[in-house]
Write a protein that binds this ligand. Sequence first.
Ligand code: DAT
Ligand code: MG
Length: 158
Amino acid sequence: PVKEVSVVIIKPDAVQSGKCDEILDEMKKRGIEILRQEERQLTDEEVKNVYIHLQDEPFFEELVAFMTSSPSIVLAITKGKTGENVIKEFRDLIGPTEVEEAKEQAPESLRAKFGQEKYMNAVHGSDSSDTAARELAFFFPDFVAPKVEGQAKLQRTL
Ligand code: DAT
Ligand code: MG
């Protein structure tokens, strides 16, 4: 088995406001391991793929324009020996979608601390193993997921 991996985007609002290092520090403090980290300006195609579930929303074009407006930091992350439920854990760490709600309901969350307002919410995290796999495939096409340590050892002894 391979470790569970999630994809994170530190969005243009957070990169522009210089919050990146603080966000990365918070992640590391919580035991998150960074496997890949790349600064890049996202393309229309990439953003439309990440947010395909929102393509019929009235705010979709605005969302794509915002996400492609200046560079983001894209990361592949994992946690602990097995990946430890990192997709769900990271979603909990970023908090609710809307910044005001994050501030009320999860004041320690990344969106509460680093989001600006409404939907300028600083951070994206994959919301399921399917979306994580899809996002990994186009952001890091040459990525090979790390194997779970104990299993690798077991396989060597067999
Ligand atoms: P999340 O980012 O928590 O997974 P989502 O997938 O529903 O939430 O939405 C993706 C992004 O789209 C979200 O981070 C900000 C933007 N967004 C969501 N709902 C919105 C709305 N009603 N108006 C404007 N932007 C919105
Ligand atoms: Mg989502």
